[in-house]
Design a protein around this ligand. Structure first.
Ligand SMILES: O=c1[nH]c(=O)c2[nH]c(=O)[nH]c2[nH]1
Length: 283
């Protein structure tokens, strides 16, 4: 009985590239998840470990980032065709390339602020016991991004610190918010207004930390909604890391980012009125 190698392909899956186009004050955003799969004369690497025909998947990933800088990202079809043609045309061993792209939608909130289309949910948690009734409203998975007006510097440096200080970064988070009412209200109107206050504070705060943005968001709800006694927020820092394109002799003035999913900073905090009725129930 003989054993043979059947159909095979390889490539870098799910390269998360965010491309910001800065046209003065007004920014454009493209957010892609790019998966490359190459096929061709690849018997040797499988059968004998000879890698002479293998373009590393790491190189494929770098190509995605470099092309995002060099050619921009307009239609995903064009970006995919450019990549696929490149791999087939430049690698003698590669005869086929499949590039699958997912493009995430972002809705504009301001000149450099965006909200991800998608999976936002509204939540309600009520507690009734001998002491009374409590209503906690909230939302989850509201993904917001500012492509400028965010700095992070002046923090502690210890022997393990490598993070460079920055005066220009992308700030993005998936807002999880809960707020508790001290009074019954028009739940729908309160929900919409609290949500709008959270979004407005995110958009309008020039941020020196996500912690500062968190406080501004909670405070804005309390300033605008007297029926709210306390706001609790959990804000994952959805890191957008500047790609180093210098090995390819390309500069990267805050245009091409890796959207890293893990690990992420998680900033949590409560903002409340000093005279808020005490509460130890569910949030
Ligand atoms: O806004 C931030 N807060 C932090 O506490 C922190 N830590 C970090 O590495 N990056 C950031 N960003």
């Amino acid at each position: 009985m003989g054993i043979v190698l059947g159909p095979n392909r390889y490539g870098k899956a799910e390269t998360r590239v965010v491309r910001v186009v800065r046209d003065g004050e007004r920014h454009e955003l493209r957010d892609l998840n790019v998966s490359v799969a190459l096929s061709g004369d690849l018997d040797a690497t499988h059968l004998s470990g000879d890698n002479a025909g293998v373009l590393p998947t790491d190189t494929q990933k770098n190509t995605v980032y470099a092309f995002a800088k060099e050619y921009g990202v307009d239609q995903p079809e064009d970006f995919g065709l450019r990549l696929a043609r490149h791999f087939v045309a430049t690698q003698p061993t590669i005869h086929g390339a499949r590039v699958h792209i997912e493009q995430y939608g972002w809705r504009r909130l301001g000149p450099h602020s965006f909200q991800r289309d998608g999976a936002e949910t509204r939540t309600a948690t009520v507690t009734v016991d001998g002491a009374g009734e409590w209503v906690v409203a909230g939302l989850a998975d509201l993904v917001l991004l500012n492509s400028t007006d965010s700095e992070f510097w002046g923090y502690v440096k210890d022997p393990y610190t490598t993070l460079p200080e920055t005066k220009e970064r992308v700030l993005a988070t998936a807002v999880s918010a809960r707020w508790r009412y001290s009074d019954a209200t028009d739940w729908a109107a309160s929900y919409e207004a609290a949500r709008a206050a959270l979004v407005a504070a995110f958009v309008e705060t020039y941020s020196f930390s996500l912690q500062q943005t968190l406080y501004a968001m909670g405070r804005r709800v309390l300033e605008e909604r007297p029926e709210v006694a306390e706001v609790r927020l959990a804000l994952p820092n959805k890191h957008h890391l500047l790609v180093d394109l210098s090995p390819f002799e390309l500069d990267n003035p805050n245009e091409v980012f890796v959207a890293a999913d893990r690990p992420y900073g998680l900033i949590e905090g409560a903002v409340l009125r000093s005279d808020a009725p005490s509460y130890d129930g569910a949030f």
